[in-house]
Design a protein around this ligand. Structure first.
Ligand SMILES: CC(C)(COP(=O)(O)OP(=O)(O)OC[C@H]1O[C@@H](n2cnc3c(N)ncnc32)[C@H](O)[C@@H]1OP(=O)(O)O)[C@@H](O)C(=O)NCCC(=O)NCCS
Length: 228
């Protein structure tokens, strides 16, 4: 399966981008206090709408999303295009925003800045015993690098299932952080290792990222950096 991940730096809050937000999205944009959060949200929507318009062959202005959360009904869930066979996944961290889109099968994308530390509490919370074992003996920096390989893989599969962080992270085991990404074991029926494909991504310097697709097919991922 060929997949394109489109990355962007935060776009400016200019009328040419803001006009693409509908009323519900304008409300979400306005509710963020920090400009950086507003711009990350705006950029995710602009990326998602641009890719949707391209894939479906429809005008950009006509792309409308339903982002109703399955849990609480608020409009902060994964954006969906009613009636279209396209799944979208948005991820943002720091100055990098990404978008992946797949026809027919669910996709999950996750990016994180590489500046975060991996303390023992976080390792215990997120990693399976086998994964934690792979981190023993690594120095602080190497440990953080390895941890966030696992972390982005975990968030990517969670986002692909649409369950967010409701599957216990420790119940999932991936291949070693320095080996090609594969799901080896999962404690949740929504996540079947035989039907989950993954790839670690390059993203950009200073970031870790991964993509997961609920499919039996191998992934061939191309990453592009978008400038509107
Ligand atoms: C989805 C989730 C894993 C995102 O993690 P994150 O690393 O903080 O953020 P990311 O930037 O990678 O992803 C955010 C994007 O995920 C998407 N998203 C939201 N809920 C999602 C879900 N259940 N499944 C897949 N994608 C989801 C959205 O597009 C969101 O971006 P947007 O708000 O700009 O549209 C996390 O927010 C989560 O577990 N949410 C579900 C549970 C929850 O807390 N719900 C809120 C209370 S009801």
């Amino acid at each position: 399966m060929e997949i394109v991940v489109r990355w962007s730096a935060p776009l400016p809050a200019e009328p040419r981008f803001l006009r693409l937000l509908d009323d519900v999205e304008q409300d979400r944009f306005g509710a963020y206090r920090q400009d950086a959060d507003k711009r990350r949200f705006l950029t995710g929507r602009v990326l998602a709408k641009t890719v949707t318009a391209e894939r479906l062959g429809i005008p950009l202005e006509s792309v409308k999303f339903d982002a109703t959360c399955d849990d609480c009904g608020k409009p902060h869930g994964r954006p969906r295009i009613p009636g279209a066979d396209l799944t979208l996944s948005i991820s943002h961290s720091g100055d990098l925003i990404g978008l992946a889109a797949t026809p027919a099968v669910p996709v999950g994308l996750d990016v994180e800045t590489a500046t975060r530390k991996a303390d023992e509490g976080l390792i215990e919370y997120a990693l399976s015993p086998a994964e934690a074992q792979h981190l023993t003996g690594l120095s602080g920096e190497e440990k953080a690098r390895a941890f966030f390989v696992y972390w982005t893989r975990k968030e990517a599969v969670m986002k692909a299932t649409g369950k967010g962080l409701k599957i216990p992270l420790q119940s999932i085991t991936f291949s070693r952080y320095d080996e090609p990404a594969r799901l080896l074991a999962s404690g949740d029926p929504a996540l079947d290792p035989a039907r989950t494909s993954l790839s670690d991504l390059k993203a950009a310097d200073g970031y870790r990222a991964a993509i997961a697709v609920l499919t039996t097919e191998e992934l061939s991922v191309t990453e592009e950096h978008w400038v509107p």
